[in-house]
Design a binder for this molecule. Structure first.
Ligand code: GLA
Length: 729
């Protein structure tokens, strides 16, 4: 191939090129991955980061930047360093020694897929390392596929999805950590000597404590809009492990994959073990650039219905808790419809025949409507919703049961538990997890949703909850030698159920809720439209949590509701405006009893809901620019969304601290077109003094470089500004 032909091909958005003998250049619009993959030789990692051209690949070698270490290190010959894969062959041998046998490249409209197949030099054992470079987003997903043809099973002891060497240079990581009602707090720390492990072992949910995503700032403490940053997100809804090993070499070693604890996997001959995808991205525009890359990929590829506009809803939970009645639901539906909302979601408490669900200690699995509470059934409620011109949604928790339930009486063997031990129940002192490795359980869960939808085809939204971790690790379905498959097979079973539901009900909106924010994860999102960020609806704490979530997830997937005041979780009393302003940075909803609102509050809410309808495309589909972090302790937090064409933007500022003598920083916008003119409109205005900038026109460059002062006088002050491009003739 001639050089100019090669350069021509390089201009394509995503392409794989064989550079020199054995070199592979895998690129997206702005990033490149270079591997050395000579057939008969070893797969080596050379480079990942800023996009390079074909010519520059040889310069990577010339400058010494080439990393030249195994791209998917295996255990057995080189034994002293960390490995991505460690197995025990059927004959007991613990070693792998792989050589490349084939390289395959396929193109689709969506992505370029590069598969590198390696075979052990002695054993009939194969690994395929796969790279999927997207054409419309700067993401390369990578995973491995492991198979063999040995006489008996091979034991997989370590099976990371991917490995990435990271050149030492004051490298910092940012990741999310928290607990129930305090999820997704940002942690930023330098990588230091030794092992840093970020992991989860809940079994069911995987983002309450640590998240399966990380930002890696390559040259110093991370900044919002400058600096080289790699982002990594493991797309797996179960137990995960991200580990960084820092030894005396020039590189940090990063491995990501399923958490192998209690999960040794017996791989049968010809079975293919596919590890979850690790989504990688890189940006020279700091944390913000990496977030925008993830958001774009999420909306277009990874979140179900990610490009669809989302309805504004009222959820019944904090309004009535378990106290469900037809009259109560009717009143809430009338109220939300009157305020301009578009969807009502009836939460927990609507089901159970033999055992009524009046608290969290019974009835999960008995998915029949409680006729005492709802004499006209769900059908009756759907009709009321229709009469009010809104849609209807419902809460379910299909992966669970209670010891007090008809389901458990009929199928005690369907729960996760060792056969010779007493189950240790969770929530309500009676909750148990169903064994999703069992196909009968999968069928039951699928049928639960299918029946619900068959009887009530107009249900538009499902809130799918999961309120317990795996306890009593053991399955009466799995054979004795495969008990350690349960953590993995649970999630394979869960995915199968969701895929069946999705193929029949592609337009149903489904929220992933798991005791609040337990399922903010790219392993589940291909089948879910959004996730519940936290059971904590308190707006101030939400500023911090949603800030963290926004590192990796787009606003369209982030369910963000206006809660009551005093707030049910923290008791904090806050103005409705602040609560609305915070909720409007994500997918807006309400989680309160509207009948307790004053008339003035209802007037404000009606206006805010109508405003959100106007700005919804900018928030839900726009590019996010984080301006002032609440974690920087400046007393304020500020962010904005801009459309791709940069003709509209919405800016938010929140006061996070309040004391006498406080200095509020000047706000510098970001993401605007330097040369465009924007008119500023203030939104969600209460009775505060109008801003001096109201209605005035400014150049993008001015708003970004000179900035503006905003009065945020009172405790919980907040401001929302819309910027609309003005075209002067
Ligand atoms: C979990 C969810 C809540 C609510 C309750 C209902 O805690 O996170 O939003 O649905 O269950 O029991």
């Amino acid at each position: 191939m001639k050089k100019n032909q090669l350069l021509g091909i390089c201009l394509l958005l995503s392409i794989v090129i064989f550079a020199k003998e054995g070199d592979l250049l895998i690129s997206t619009s702005n990033t490149s991955l270079v591997l050395s993959a000579p057939v008969g030789g070893e797969l080596q990692f050379i480079y990942y980061g800023e996009k390079v051209t074909m010519d520059e690949v040889s310069q990577i070698y010339d400058t010494g930047v080439a990393a030249d270490c195994p791209a998917y290190p295996v255990f057995g010959i080189e034994c002293s360093s960390e490995a991505a894969l460690q197995v025990q062959h059927a004959d007991g041998n613990l070693s792998l020694d792989m050589a490349i046998t084939a390289i395959n490249e396929t193109e689709s409209d969506e992505a370029t897929l590069t598969e590198i197949t390696m075979r052990d030099k002695v054993y009939p054992f194969e690994i395929k390392v796969v790279y999927k470079a997207y054409k419309n987003s700067d993401i390369i997903e990578t995973w491995s596929e492991i198979t063999h043809n040995e006489k008996k099973e091979v034991r997989l002891q370590q099976f990371s999805s991917a490995y990435l060497p990271i050149r030492k240079n004051d490298v910092w990581i940012s990741h999310l950590q928290g607990s129930w009602a305090n999820e997704s707090r940002v942690v930023t720390e330098p990588l230091q000597l030794g092992m840093k492990v970020i992991k989860n072992k809940d079994g069911v949910r995987n983002s309450h404590t640590d998240h399966a995503e990380v930002m890696i700032a390559l040259n110093g403490k991370p900044q919002e809009e400058v600096g080289q940053v790699i982002g990594a997100a493991l797309c797996w809804g179960g137990n995960f492990r991200l580990r960084f090993e820092t030894d005396a070499s020039n590189y940090h070693s990063f491995f990501a994959g399923i958490n192998e604890d209690a999960s040794e996997y017996l791989l049968e001959a010809n079975e293919v073990f596919v590890t979850p995808e690790l989504a990688l991205t890189y940006s020279n525009d700091g944390l913000g650039g990496v977030s925008r890359n993830f958001h774009e990929w999420a909306r277009n590829e990874k979140v179900h219905g990610g490009t669809k506009e989302r309805d504004i809803l009222l959820n019944s939970w904090e309004g009535v808790y378990f106290d469900i009645s037809e009259q109560g639901m009717e009143q809430m539906m009338e109220d939300i419809a009157d305020m301009g909302g578009e969807l009502f979601v009836m939460d927990d408490g609507w089901f159970g025949d033999k055992y009524q669900r009046n608290s969290d200690n019974s009835s999960l699995g008995d998915w029949v409507v409680d006729k005492k509470k709802l004499p006209n059934g769900i059908d009756g409620l759907v009709k009321i919703a229709e009469e009010n011109g809104i849609k209807f949604g419902i809460w379910v928790e299909p992966e669970m049961t209670n010891t007090v339930s008809e389901l458990y009486e009929k199928h005690p063997d369907w729960i996760i538990c060792q056969p010779n031990r007493e189950p240790r129940p969770g929530r309500g002192g009676t909750q148990l997890v169903l064994d999703l490795s069992n196909p009968e359980v999968q069928d039951f869960i699928y049928k639960t949703i299918d029946d619900l939808m068959a009887q009530n085809p107009d249900i538009a939204y499902i809130k799918w909850d999961a309120n317990m971790n795996i306890a009593n690790y053991g399955s009466s379905y799995l054979p004795a030698n495969k008990q350690s498959h349960l953590y993995i097979d649970y999630h394979r079973g869960f995915r199968k159920v969701m895929e069946r539901i999705r193929s029949k009900y592609p337009n149903l909106v489904i929220q992933a809720c798991a005791s609040g924010g337990g399922r903010a994860n790219y392993g589940v999102l291909p089948n879910f439209d959004e996730f519940w960020v936290s059971d904590n609806t308190e707006a101030l704490q939400r500023v911090y949590m949603q800030w963290g979530v926004s590192y990796f997830y787009p606003a369209v997937a982030m369910a963000s509701h206006v809660g009551s005041s005093p707030n049910h979780q923290t008791g904090r009393i806050m103005p409705l405006k602040f609560r609305f302003d915070v909720a409007m940075t994500g997918r807006l909803g309400m989680e309160m009893q509207p009948k307790d609102m004053t008339n003035e509050e209802k007037v404000f809410a009606r206006k805010a809901i109508n405003t959100y309808k106007e700005i919804r495309p900018v928030i839900q589909q726009g590019d996010l620019y984080r301006l002032i972090s609440p974690y920087d302790d400046k007393g304020v937090a500020s962010l904005m969304y801009c459309t791709t064409e940069k003709e509209r933007a919405v800016f938010f500022a929140f006061k996070t601290e309040h004391y006498h003598g406080q200095v509020i920083p000047c706000f510098h916008m970001s993401g605007l077109d330097e040369n465009k003119l924007y008119r500023i409109i203030e939104l969600n205005v209460e009775d505060e003094e109008p801003l001096s900038i109201k209605g005035k026109i400014f150049k993008g460059e001015f708003l970004m470089n000179v900035g503006l002062e905003l009065p945020l006088k009172d405790e919980y002050s907040s401001r929302v500004l819309e910027l609309v491009e003005v075209k002067l003739n």
